[in-house]
Design a protein around this ligand. Structure first.
Ligand SMILES: [Zn+2]
Length: 475
């Protein structure tokens, strides 16, 4: 049920206060119940759960199409496994949750649980290994938590781990993972992907390379949203993962890739507006809601027509339902706009007797009359083509407005403090990275853009470079 005040459904606060708007929308659209009394956790509500499960299903299909099989490892990690790679342990020891005797920790990431078992699998000749799991991960965050953005229980965390005989095979695998994520962002979530390659000093010691995906939230903060780590042989050497080639050890090559429910945080905040969610059709639990508008005399006929239309829409592969609740038509409009259902069809007396239906698009908030004969084809085209295209174009335009190419640190400071994200040439040197990240609290240079280059000079040291970095405040 949508929360009600004396004067109808509770209203969304203005989007200028992003976190207030975001938290309120999570509750009103029934994505999450944030009243659970443990910091950094929440309850997934049925509508949010359906949205998330639709994303999980898309990823499941994509992973399995690429021969990556689903598994599930235990949440408990024995301390001896956790300490096997001391770099990993140093990185996570302060953020991990432990059992009372400190014999076990709750997994912050999968490597130490999986790799000792991979060693046994490799011995049995199971190569290459290409597996994933979708579970919760746990981190005792010292930073402020924000639902779905920074949780202590990170839900629906998927993690791919692959093991290869050759470096080339691992490089190819990492590119495949990047293509899967690119396609998720574009085709399913309708958000232009921004990916960066991490500088060497920012990745695991001994790893080959890493890509990270970023989204930009309405408050101008960069949110890391997925990472692909080509671990090289760094972990193989720590966990002794090798193939015996006539008595000589050949260490294997590994890739690990992961992201969690943060995808939903991006979808909500990037597509959402003053009325609520705008759900991309590919992940929408419901594509079309039909609202019958009737009085005592017309109720039977109008409801019958609404049901006939619903059945036809369903037959054509669209998720449709008739809202027959006791709420008034106006309240129903508000509720479904809040939940971001892509299309609403209204059927009143005019529609019943005329040759058209009234159709409302959530992404444009425009109503149009659609001939009854064309309603199925029109709805299908909107769901499959026009709405996703419009969403991605709007998001791309917003990114264009918020990201500014800057020539100086001073210019960057002003732009970032006004809620923008800066882009500049940089030489990829560690000192310059540190200088950029020092311009203001929580500002960070996130890495080298993978899909864009420009002739210029490093914004810090003046050295010639074609490489660009994004920088701004991060979560
Ligand atoms: Zn430089």
């Amino acid at each position: 049920m949508v929360k009600k005040t004396e004067h109808g459904p509770e209203r969304l606060p203005d989007r200028s206060d992003f976190i207030k708007w975001y938290n309120s929308l999570l509750e009103l659209a029934e994505i999450a119940d944030r009243s659970y009394p443990v910091k950094g956790t929440f309850v997934w509500m049925p509508y949010g759960m359906q949205l998330m499960k639709n994303i999980v299903a898309i990823l499941d299909r994509a992973f399995q199409e690429h021969g990556i099989e689903e598994t599930q490892f235990p949440l408990f990690v024995p301390m001896e496994f956790a300490k096997q790679n001391e770099n990993w342990f140093e990185g996570f020891k302060d953020e991990a949750f432990y059992t009372a005797e400190k014999e076990l920790l709750l997994r912050p990431t999968g490597e130490p649980a999986m790799y000792p078992i991979f060693k046994l699998w490799i011995k049995k000749g199971k190569m290459p290994i290409k597996i994933y799991e979708t579970i919760s991960s746990y981190r005792n965050e010292s930073k402020t938590t924000h639902t779905l953005i920074r949780d202590r229980e990170i839900t629906f965390w998927h993690e791919i781990h692959t093991v290869h005989k050759t470096r080339d095979e691992s490089l190819e695998e990492a590119d495949t993972h990047k293509a899967i994520y690119d396609s998720l962002w574009i085709d399913a979530l309708n958000i232009p992907p921004i990916s960066v390659s991490k500088p060497k000093y920012e990745i695991f010691a001994g790893a080959e390379s890493a890509y990270e995906f970023y989204t930009i939230l309405p408050d101008g903060r960069l949110l890391e949203n997925g990472s692909i780590n080509n671990l090289g042989q760094a972990y193989a050497k720590k966990f002794d993962l090798y193939i015996d080639n006539n008595g000589s050890k050949e260490y294997v090559w590994q890739v690990c890739t992961g992201n969690g429910a943060r995808t939903i945080a991006a979808v909500i905040s990037i597509h959402g507006d003053d009325k609520g969610l705008v759900v991309p059709p590919k992940i929408a639990p419901l594509h079309i809601v039909i609202i019958p508008v009737f009085n005592a005399e017309t109720e039977g006929r109008i409801k019958a027509d609404a049901h006939r239309l619903m059945e036809r829409l369903k037959d054509s592969g669209l998720a449709a339902r008739v809202d027959e609740s006791d709420a008034s038509p106006g309240e129903k409009f508000n509720i479904w706009e809040l939940k971001g259902v892509p299309i609403r069809i209204e059927i009143g007396m005019k529609e019943l007797e005329g040759d058209f239906y009234t159709l409302f698009r959530r992404d444009t908030c425009k109503k149009e009359k659609v001939e009854k004969l064309a309603i199925i084809e029109t709805a299908k085209k909107l769901i499959q083509k026009n709405i996703p295209e419009n969403l991605i174009e709007k998001a791309a335009q917003r990114y264009k407005n918020v990201i500014k190419y800057v020539f100086s640190i001073e210019e960057a400071k002003i732009w970032i403090s006004s809620g923008g994200v800066a882009k500049a040439n940089w030489c990829e040197d560690e000192n310059c990275f540190d200088s950029i990240s020092a311009i203001a609290p929580s500002v960070e240079a996130v890495g080298t853009l993978t899909d864009e280059e420009k002739e210029g000079v490093c914004i810090v040291c003046g050295k010639k470079s074609k490489k660009l970095t994004l920088f701004g405040r991060t979560y």
